[in-house]
Design a protein around this ligand. Sequence first.
Ligand code: NOJ
Length: 724
Amino acid sequence: MVLQAAPSADIEVRITSLLTRMTLDEKIGQMSQSTSMTTPLSGQIKEEIRRGRWGSFLNAGSPQDRAEAQRIALKESRLGIPLLFGRDVIHGYRTIFPIPLGQSASWDPDLIEQAARIAAHEAFADGIRWTFAPMVDITRDPRWGRVAEGLGEDPYLASRLAVSMIHGFQSDSLSSTGAIAASAKHYVGYGAAEAGREYNSTWVPEGQLREVYLPPFQAASDAGVATFMPGFNALNGVPATGNLFTLQKILRGEWNFKGMVVSDYTAIPEMIQHGYAANTADAARKALLAGVDMEMVSTTYFDHLKTLVEKGLVDRRAIDAAVRNILRLKFQLGLFDQSPPVPVEPPAAEALEIAKRLATESIVLLKNDTHILPLSKSNEKIAVIGPLADSPVDQMGTWTMDGRASDVQTPLAALREKLGDARVLYSPGLKNSRDLARDGFEDALQKARMADVVLLFLGEEQILSGEAHSRAFLDLPGAQEALVNEIAKLGRPLVTVVLAGRPLTFHETAAKSKAILYGWHPGTMGGPAIADLLFGDAVPSGKLTITFPRTVGQVPIYYAQLPTGRPASSSDLGIPLGNPVNPVGYVSKYVDVDFTPEFPFGYGLSYSDFKYSNLRVSAPKLRMGGLLTLAADITNTGAVAADEIVQLYVHQDVASVSRPVRQLKGARRVHLKPGETVNVQFLVTTKDLAFYNQRMQLLTEPGTFHFWIAPDSARGIEGKFIVE
Ligand code: NOJ
């Protein structure tokens, strides 16, 4: 379904009429976005709005300020052009859903769409009509802080989930009540920041760009996303903000994107620091020529475009084209005609219910020795220990400026509610995740001694992931490992719940824990979701959408790697972490850690077990242009009803360009009662098997294909077919 209505003739006529009446100053005003707004609106801002100085505001003002500003724009500016209020509504507005990386671990496009719809409704009610989401940057580097904001390492899955988010935000029509415009960001390659360091350069060969980094953006464009935002990064030496290849050739040319492009925050003048623009005037010209319609926060357009036009260095038509894209969006959103929305109410019951479901589906069970989980409610005393057990702000995660700590239900609160206060013995042990002081240990140990089972809530605070929060270490920060060591000595069974914005490495803690739930930053309803999972009122079903390394030294590590000429094998496993052994064999591995990840992409356990059998392929051979059905039976062989995320991977043996060892081509979440079998089918066309050859042509080459219908990227039942 394409959501953004094709430019309608009527709207284009209205835009043309406006363009003929607008002064150059008013046009450049439309192309300018500000983040400054006072409460109440100052006389100066009111005057600027009347003059048409701004086309948009971002992350600015209270709902009342925005309503008043809009009234002034519509009623008191010369041409009555409305303002467009944008805001970073990334994973919820008032109701906070799991961070996007967590949401992706649900592999549930429908639920993700519902969550985005709720976020849009809540934001809409506060006068917001544009979000800077979804972030569809593929990354294979958990050091990068913005891994939290993305949808994992896989382009196929990220594309599917991004489209769901866009549908959720934009609804069937941008003009409907509760719809807000979405933005695909950060175009493109931003997630490939060298060494995982924020804002660092990116080097991506064109084949990899087209196969890994561009597909989610193309999917967003095809789905009718209203806007695009280029990244802060330089891609192959050219800043994304002035990149003619990505913005003009690919986005506008190959994809025929008709929406609006907004720069990232001060990214236009940052092209000077990149060494790509000589000064702010040069930067403004380069950004405009690349097709950036609106400038976020910095004022190079306002300061220079008029003079550049007068000097003949910028064509007026380039300005008109940009303003047309901006006005079109305002018309499509119905901003010229709509009355101001009503302020948001506290989270509605339905919003909290969806937030809980999405948190429940996104949490991944990584380990469950001796089936210690689910815990029995007959345990007399439970110790709840750790800095993340009762930390509402941290639980919300990055980008939650409208979420309220007072709405958040923490694991501690939810466990007390489930078990009664008297049975829950709480001690944070540390003040926060980075705390190095050990003065809280004794209290924690005392509580642990009194308990039948110890629940550890470890991980990262909110501020350790997100924009500009890259890490060079992926360990549990602070004295968390030391706390675990002390508690482990007591011999009580340990169950660890990790709340974090990225994959962490916690090998030692994992070894000491009988079970591990990976909860990401799960949002407003994370506590009840975790409590339900711990006690079997819900069954874990999330699966990783990013590979978990054993140590940061393995990064980048991802499942869809190319084969090496000297692959390691299972006989090369068992190398102790961090302790070099005498190397044997000249194969692709490390001498001080196994070459495999700690947990592979797609991995996640359940309280039930699933058997994969009866693999079928509808025909052994497939003609070019044809279609195949690949199928398997999935049986719930365990004792509880549960969801399983069934995955389809494909590998082409020989091609003109070496193909990844596996590539995800399908996924389905199925619900199975104990003993129930379901036949899961995937349709594959030869188009789905296409890749970019050395001449950058997207083609399917004949050959032998292996496929796996699998519970994760490292296992599965295997078959093959031939494309002729
Ligand atoms: C900078 C971030 O990179 C971008 O994702 C965000 O939308 C803008 N700031 C606006 O806050």
